[in-house]
Design a protein. Sequence first.
Length: 284
Amino acid sequence: MIMIKKLLGAFALALTCSAALASEGGVKLDAAPYRINNMASLQNGAKLFVNYCLSCHSANSMRYNRLTDIGLTEDEIKKNLLFTADKVGSLMTIAMRKEDSKKWFGATPPDLSVIARAKSTNFGPSGVDYIYTFLRSFYRDTNKKTGWDNAVFPSVAMPNVLWQLQGPRTYNHVTIAETEKPDGKTVWTRTSTDFDVNGFSQSKSEELQNYHGHAVNHSTFKPVDAAQTAEYDNNVADLSNFLGWMSEPAQLLRKKIGFWVLLFLGLFLVVAWRLNAAFWKDVK
Ligand code: HEC
């Protein structure tokens, strides 16, 4: 009994931890569309990755010719995707040195080979959800060095490299947080900040007298051209999907084999059950 209680306790703890991780930075992550079996989506994601990310970020565990797994031929890879290497069997490395990127951006862009797994939680949102939300949460802020900030990763050193695809947006950020006054009393303060398309911001704060709720951190983006932003979201879904695939390229094969193994076990169960009945028929 005690053992079961302990196990349940551990399970509850794991659930709380992953929920806490999911809300790191206080922002709820959007669920990325599930497209892991969609080759056109993975190919579009690979194209976007090589064109827009593989200059600052490497993918040191990935070889170009592994992209044949998502339906590309070696010729297509050579013609359309091979910019930073000359052999189709090369790893996806980059020329930028870590010390330089640290100097230029203030932080080293991480290798993205397994980023989707590094960012995933056990019971909460996946790493693909994280990347999908992260890449759609940039907003212009004139107070930042790069001219950009990010609602999921505040003060991020990465600029919004896909801004031309996304199109301009305004951003509203509302927080309700407990603050301590000089006399030691705590009060709840609601702050609403509006950023226009150029990144100029206006902020208002008010104290809430009778607030008994919890802390709030809410972001709202408004695109100027909704159709362009919807198209962008679709592309980012493909890019995130590709990063999810890259973090475990064998997952397509694993799932395929898994399906047949389970089917075999299911059929075998019936055979074993009938055989068992036939063997013992005369004994009883
Ligand atoms: C101009 C260089 C540059 C380009 C291009 C770039 N990034 Fe980044 N990226 C960075 C830097 C710098 C960081 C580290 C940010 C930090 O730690 O503040 C980063 C961090 C990240 C992270 C980790 C965020 C986290 O929560 O730790 C992800 C994911 C990411 N980039 C994805 C991408 C993708 C996908 C692309 C292509 C669309 C891309 N990046 C293009 C510079 C770049």
